[in-house]
Design a protein around this ligand. Structure first.
Ligand SMILES: [Zn+2]
Length: 314
């Protein structure tokens, strides 16, 4: 499918720029450290649930490769659930170390959507934790299964030795919840095609927290190459009605509810820019000028290039 191919090419090209040392990193996503507890401030203990007292803690690894990809660990007294992997082997290995550092059992790994920056490194995690269940929704699984082989082949060709040589087999969840030591994570299907065609998140309602995948970017340029601005905004509007106060994004640091309006504004700003711009470079320059402090330069330039090919060509 043309669009999927362009997406794979775009991400590959973007990563190539980063790998070649073009410093597209930025202030927001350059951390390679793992944050736990409150907002990456190094705060110990419970992670900001209303009123505190929750025995569930969240730890996050954000890749420093210019994409700021999040892997979130939902840590209970004895069990851990991981939300999303990484693209590169080296980043997935850091996630493995983070899990090992908890001294808890990795019970399950949940994939929010079928974009390779969230799953290509999963084989590293699977081989380190062979007893963990790798799960997602039936809809995301179908999307993943349709794209994974082509994406893997492309990545291996373009990043030899930097990505695993196979991808993980996921299972479709039969239930609508995952538990961590008896604490419930509700699986939330994202309604419309938006950032990706299919997507899902996890709600930790006892902390009013939502693991949003790429429905939420926090001050990172949004990946706009799937042409679904209206669907994405509709999904954000739906999310805003659910009462969450903490958002664990697919890219960037933990956020509060203001992130929903920030991402909506970005989409509403970007759409007319992209429609009016004559070239991708022109659109990129305008978005960089409008959001000078946001990270994800690689996602921006190659996402826009792909937008021009996938969304503007007849
Ligand atoms: Zn992503």
């Amino acid at each position: 499918m043309k669009q999927g191919l362009w997406l794979a090419l775009g991400l590959g090209a973007a990563l190539a720029v980063v790998a070649c040392g073009d410093d597209t990193n930025n202030n927001n996503n350059s951390t390679s450290s793992s944050s736990s507890g409150s907002g990456g401030s190094g705060g110990a203990g419970g992670s900001g649930g209303a009123g505190g007292g929750s025995e569930i803690e969240v730890q996050t690894h954000i890749s420093p490769d210019g994409f700021g990809v999040d892997s979130h660990l939902i840590v209970g007294p004895t069990e851990v659930v991981l939300v999303d992997g990484q693209f590169f082997t080296a980043e997935a290995e850091k996630v493995v170390e983070l899990v090992k550092g908890t001294n808890k059992k990795l019970k399950a790994v949940f994939l929010t959507h079928a974009h390779p920056d969230h799953y290509l490194g999963m084989e590293v995690i699977r081989s380190a934790f062979p007893d963990a269940k790798f799960v997602t929704t039936a809809a995301v699984l179908a999307d993943y299964d349709a794209k994974k082989d082509g994406t893997l082949a492309f990545a291996q060709q373009n990043f030899p030795g930097q990505v695993p040589d196979k991808v993980v087999t996921f299972t479709a969840l039969a239930e609508t919840t995952i538990t961590v030591d008896g604490h419930t994570l509700d699986v939330v299907e994202i309604g419309d095609a938006g950032e990706s065609v299919e997507a899902a998140g996890l709600a930790l309602n006892e902390q009013k927290a939502f693991f949003a995948g790429d429905l939420i970017y926090n001050k990172e340029h949004l990946w706009l190459a799937e042409c679904n601005f209206d669907g994405w905004i509709k999904n954000l509007d739906a999310l805003a009605t659910k009462g969450f106060t903490t958002f664990y994004p697919g890219h960037g640091e933990k956020a509060t509810a203001t992130v929903i309006d920030e991402d909506k504004k970005y989409l509403n700003d970007a759409k007319p820019i992209l429609e009016a711009a004559a070239t991708a470079d022109e659109a990129v320059a305008q978005l960089e000028a409008a959001y000078p402090t946001w990270g994800g330069e690689g996602l921006l330039s190659f996402g826009i290039t792909n937008y021009f090919m996938a969304c503007k060509m007849p």
